[in-house]
Design a protein around this ligand. Structure first.
Ligand SMILES: [Zn+2]
Length: 61
């Protein structure tokens, strides 16, 4: 999912209701954020994140 505050991508599980962004610390509710992709397992999720990851210099302010 993408953090609505800083725009970075992070992984969470469908079973959780809230998720704290590891980058800016913002606690988001799962229902308010954009789900970029769904992965069957942690390995697949990490691969998706690696593909999506935005370089620091391209990050939105
Ligand atoms: Zn964030």
């Amino acid at each position: 999912m993408a953090c609505p505050k800083c725009g970075n991508y992070s992984i969470t599980r469908d079973t959780t209701k809230t998720h704290q962004c590891p980058y800016c610390g913002y606690v988001m509710r799962i229902e308010e954020v954009t789900i970029i992709a769904r992965a069957k397992n942690g390995k697949e999720a990490r691969e998706i994140i690696l593909k999506l990851k935005t370089p620091k210099e391209l990050r939105r302010p």
